[in-house]
Design a protein around this ligand. Structure first.
Ligand code: G3I
Length: 359
């Protein structure tokens, strides 16, 4: 294969990358994106907080608009990120009186402000999801039409607790969870399905947007088990979700057997799966030997994805979390991505397209 998208296109799945407007505004980065990927995720620009101004008024963020137009103009699919999350959601979402809190990127309890009721929270989430769907459909046409690039969405993100927590049934004890229990998860999927795949979907196109739940550390047994239990409950409650996401922020010391086990375990649900945010930190210092080892690791990832896809045909996409090392949120942990800062392909790239002989 002569690109990432060729390598994974041959397996019947999209090859994605997280970007922001810095990539769209940089010719070298843009060329790498267009040559190698057929899908993008907005690394930050579609997160809940960015859709509101200081007066809590809703509108599409300019940066999100730029990214979506870049995708639409270049025939890239968009994997939307994210509708319901405990982080980067305006503080006022969680308050009984929304004016009691100024907008603040860190959701939390505010002294002197009473928390919202469950009904308030669910109505705010419903309105948020409808507004996002409507704003995108107004600008790009209905979901499933030729001009609308959105093909998937992280509907809920990072709902599982990092450690064992029987007292919350394994769930992250976020304000979403404290106020609504698991209802925000069920309802977010119901609303996303109603708006993205219903009211704002192109007539005659069935289910244009694949709806994902997404989480990290699924390669660790405890987290995987808690995630699996939640998914069982969602299936039992007939929650309309389509896919299971694995972020995969991992490192050279990660057991690839555990990665494979996460995908194999989740395959039993018969849903779509995606690797949504892949990066593999080398540790520091970054040496040439480490970069080759990283190439071998990315090759192993390629092999696991290939085997899983041949076995289960469930992969929607695999996405890397950034184009080049210097732009990665984990750069200080050691060069995690496929390209260096001169936009040259690293051994990681060679491994990830499935070539183990030229690392
Ligand atoms: O844009 C501002 C800039 O104006 C300001 O000068 C600068 C100073 O700190 O901050 C910039 O914003 C930063 C933004 O990234 C863009 O670079 C934020 O501080 C920083 O918090 C933000 O970090 C992002 C992080 O999510 C926040 O939650 C990372 O880029 C992004 O990669 C990361 O992505 C998350 C996924 O959404 C969910 N899964 C985990 C993943 C990694 O944490």
């Amino acid at each position: 294969p002569s690109s990432i998208k060729d390598a994974y296109g041959a397996l019947g799945m999209n090859a994605g990358v997280a970007i922001d407007t810095r990539e769209v505004g940089n010719d070298a980065a843009k060329q790498v994106v267009l040559k190698n990927f057929n899908q993008i995720t907005a690394e930050n620009d579609m997160k809940p907080e960015y859709w509101y101004n200081d007066a809590h008024e809703f509108s599409m963020p300019e940066n999100a608009k730029t990214l979506l137009h870049f995708a639409a103009d270049n025939g890239l699919a968009v994997y939307g990120h994210v509708l319901a999350w405990h982080s980067q959601t305006p503080d006022w979402f969680f308050q009984a009186d929304e004016n009691c809190a100024d907008q603040n990127p860190t959701a939390g309890v505010i002294e002197g402000c009473a928390l919202a009721s469950k009904d308030q929270m669910l109505e705010r989430e419903r309105a948020h999801i409808e507004n996002v769907a409507k704003a995108i459909a107004d600008e790009f046409g209905k979901f499933g039409s030729d001009t609308n690039p959105i093909k998937a969405f992280d509907v809920v993100n990072e709902t599982i607790n990092d450690g064992d927590s029987p007292e919350t049934n394994g769930m992250r004890n976020s304000l979403w969870y404290q106020i609504t229990g698991e209802d925000y998860i069920d309802k977010s999927f119901e609303y996303a399905n109603q708006y993205l795949n219903g009211e704002y979907a192109e007539p005659g196109v069935t289910h244009p947007v694949t709806l994902f739940i997404n989480d990290y550390n699924t390669d660790s047994a405890g987290k995987l088990g808690r995630y699996q239990s939640l998914i069982k409950r969602l299936v039992e409650r007939n929650v309309p979700f389509d896919g299971i996401g694995h972020q995969m922020h991992i490192q050279l010391t990660t057991s690839t057997a555990n990665v494979e086990n996460a995908l194999e375990t989740m395959s039993a649900f018969g849903k779509k799966q995606a690797i949504t945010e892949l990066d593999v930190a080398t540790g520091t210092p970054v040496t040439q030997a480490k970069l080759v080892e990283q190439g071998q690791f990315y090759y192993k990832m390629n092999q696991i994805i290939k085997e899983q896809q041949e076995k289960h045909h469930q992969f929607f996409s695999v996405s890397v979390w950034g184009v080049n090392d210097g732009r990665s949120w984990r750069n200080s942990e050691g060069a995690p991505l496929l390209f260096n800062d001169e936009y040259q392909a690293k051994p990681a790239y060679t491994g990830f397209i499935g070539d183990k002989d030229n690392l």
